[in-house]
Design a protein around this ligand. Structure first.
Ligand SMILES: [Zn+2]
Length: 213
């Protein structure tokens, strides 16, 4: 199942797409790096920052070609968005390759979304230089809303990589979770009004804390 697949009626599908237009811009950039989820149910979405030293297209190609992978990639520039691994499969974005005690492998249960951001070393270690574009905030909100609605994922199961592996990951750095949650809430209310209560997702859970670098 992926975006729009579960809305059969053409007029409703058009209304849904009009409210979530950025989802129409995702292109396919398939990776061979994935595995079965076994019987594990998808109940998490994990957001990442790529921490790249190259361009966004180089970063997208890396995500699609390396042993590490993710389900989606969102660049900084309008229109740069890729679907990389089918949601039904497990991608390799939130495991525990260094076998740190206490860090769990979240790959089987989660959908991973990489957002392009240059590595902090490119800014001399100055975290205040790290940001995200309006395109990224809009697109990640639309994608997270859509996945949460389709899969019934709770608000507090949308996490940053740092929250599931704080030992050696810090991404997505300086992501504004309050802005993100506000936008998902707006989308949910809009779609609920347009298409019915089944399109309003649960909004009562507390927002995740703002992640500082
Ligand atoms: Zn990450």
């Amino acid at each position: 199942m992926s975006v729009f697949d579960d809305i059969r009626d053409v007029a409703r599908r058009a209304a849904y797409a009009a409210a979530l237009p950025n989802l129409l811009l995702f292109k396919s950039k398939p990776s061979k790096s994935f595995a079965s989820r076994g019987n594990t149910k998808i109940d998490e979405i994990i957001l990442h920052g790529t921490e790249s030293k190259g361009t966004e297209e180089q970063s997208a190609s890396y995500v699609a070609s390396a042993a590490n992978s993710s389900h989606y990639f969102i660049g900084r520039t309008f229109g740069v968005a890729y679907s990389v691994v089918p949601e039904e499969m497990q991608a390799f974005h939130a495991g525990n390759p260094k076998r740190h005690p206490g860090v769990q492998d979240h790959n089987a249960r989660s959908i991973g979304i990489e957002m392009y951001q240059r590595d902090i070393s490119m800014f001399g270690g100055d975290a205040s230089k790290l940001d995200w574009t309006d395109w990224q905030y809009e697109t990640i909100a639309m994608l997270v809303y859509d996945i949460r609605r389709r899969r019934g994922i709770a608000a507090d199961h949308v996490k940053g990589h740092v929250q599931v592996n704080s030992v050696d990951r810090a991404d997505p750095r300086r992501f504004d979770w309050v802005r993100h949650n506000r936008r998902v809430t707006e989308l949910s209310r809009t779609l609920g009004r347009l298409l019915g209560p089944g399109f309003a997702i649960d909004l009562d859970l507390p927002s995740p804390r703002i992640l500082l670098p």
